[in-house]
Design a binder for this molecule. Structure first.
Ligand code: UD1
Length: 418
């Protein structure tokens, strides 16, 4: 077990290179199973979610070769369609492999997936959608079993725009017979990125990024080399940390368009933000003012993955805010930890009511999930005094070299073994 020790109070200055998007790389790695050719993915982030996905691919028989920051996946010898529980529980995104495995082997067996404990994360939409493509599904002792003779394209209407379900259908449908149309699809930039990658492999997918995605099945997919988009959530996390600590931070390889909902709120808080092609510069010089309300929504609305960080920011703003979480019911688990640091927040159902205090005070707190953990780190960096953040393996799921990057900006943060 490892923890962070943080001495708060330093302002942050300097520039950070944004990593490649976790939420793009994971489905893209799952898509590598769809071809016998080699797939090379550039600049993969050094995070445990990716390591676990690669572990699963290796278990399926794929070869994974690391070349500097790139990874080559060779699925030509993949011979296993089962993901055992010890691996599936490490990574919720293992569910994407259902679509890829059923496409490749016409059968798949996967233990119910894990991931962040942020409330009920059902997979009903994934399963009902696969059924529409001709897959028979049964459940046995914690495992989902899928079988089909042939995948056939169909029209699928999602009850809600699930990112994972949209991606899973795309993966199952690219080599299905005929056309698949996904209606009420999620519109996240990572879905458009998956479309680009699949098309580079020879697929015929269009419409991703809008709420209707069309997939014309093809017989075969080939290998390719691909650079996925940058991580808008990591970018947003650094911007919020800079806003909280004060200072001037420049992000390289960032997409302002993909986090425009956050930039809009940060400007409302009083931060100065400048955008120059793929650079975003944030300047924060004074105590910030609360935004009245923030409500998480599917893209292009405010991302649930930045809700915790933004709540932490509101805690030290002048004024009051209401933060509403519409996607995952228990995504306020970090709030009692922020309270230990002096925050004045009350959670009632899906709403966090925040009354701004002058500053956080250092404390020992526990990271309970990935984004909540990142919020605690930002709070501790801005706090008066020393903090310890325990259980940082949650943070390692999604932030590569996190403390190293923060130290480069002047943050006083070290990782120690417990
Ligand atoms: C993805 C992201 C995650 C982000 C989330 C929402 C990846 C690897 N993860 O997760 O970081 O927080 O999008 O932007 O890309 N739902 C159902 N049934 C289902 C599937 C989902 O009811 O079968 C519901 C969920 O409970 C939730 C909502 O749909 O309320 C959105 O979830 P979804 O978009 O599927 O999130 P993930 O794909 O799991």
């Amino acid at each position: 077990m490892e923890k962070y020790i943080i001495n708060g109070g330093n302002r942050l200055y300097g520039s950070v290179n944004v990593q490649t998007a976790k939420n793009s790389v994971l489905p893209i790695l799952a898509a590598a199973v769809l071809t016998d050719d080699q797939v090379k993915i550039l600049n993969i982030p050094h995070i445990s979610d990716v390591k676990n996905m690669v572990k699963i691919l290796t278990r399926l028989g794929c070869k994974a070769i690391f070349e500097d920051d790139n990874i080559i996946i060779d699925s030509s010898v993949a011979d296993c369609y089962e993901i055992p529980s010890e691996l599936a529980h490490e990574l919720r995104s293992s569910v994407f492999l259902l679509g890829s495995l059923i496409s490749r082997f016409k059968t798949a067996k996967i233990a119910y997936p894990g991931g962040c404990d942020i409330g009920l994360r059902p997979v009903d939409l994934h399963l009902s959608s696969l059924k529409r493509l001709g897959v028979e599904i049964s459940e046995d002792n914690g495992y989902i079993l899928c079988k089909c003779d042939k995948l056939r394209g169909n029209e699928i209407m999602l009850d809600c725009p699930s990112v994972g379900a949209t991606e899973n259908i795309m993966l199952a449908a690219v080599k299905a017979e005929g056309v698949t149309v996904i209606k009420n699809a999620a519109r996240e930039p990572e879905i458009e990125d998956l479309q680009k990658f699949l098309n580079k492999m020879g697929a015929k997918v269009k419409g991703a990024g809008s709420s209707t995605v069309y997939i014309q099945g093809v017989k075969e997919l080939k290998g390719c080399e691909y650079q996925p988009i940058s991580d808008r959530i990591e970018a947003g996390t650094f911007l919020v940390a800079a806003a909280m600590c004060g200072g001037e931070v420049e992000l390289n390889r960032a997409s302002a368009e993909n986090i425009s909902s956050l930039l809009h709120k940060l400007r409302e808080n009083g931060c100065k933000i400048r955008i120059n092609s793929d650079k975003i510069l944030l300047e924060s010089n004074k105590r910030l003012t609360s935004v009245k309300s923030i409500e998480t929504q599917p893209y292009p609305g405010f991302p649930t993955d930045l809700q915790a960080q933004m709540t932490a920011l509101c805690c030290i703003c002048r004024g009051q805010s209401i933060i509403t979480e519409n996607l995952f019911e228990t995504r306020f688990k970090y709030v009692p930890e922020l309270r230990k640091m002096g925050a004045d927040v009350t959670v009632i159902n899906r709403n966090a009511f925040v009354r701004g205090v002058e500053k956080f005070k250092g404390a020992t707190v526990i990271a309970q999930d990935l984004r909540g953990g990142a919020a605690l780190v930002s709070a501790a960096l801005s706090a008066e005094g020393r903090s310890e953040i325990l259980d940082i393996s949650h943070i390692d799921r999604g932030y590569g070299a996190f403390e190293y990057k923060l130290r480069q900006l002047g943050g006083d943060i070290i990782r120690v073994s417990v």
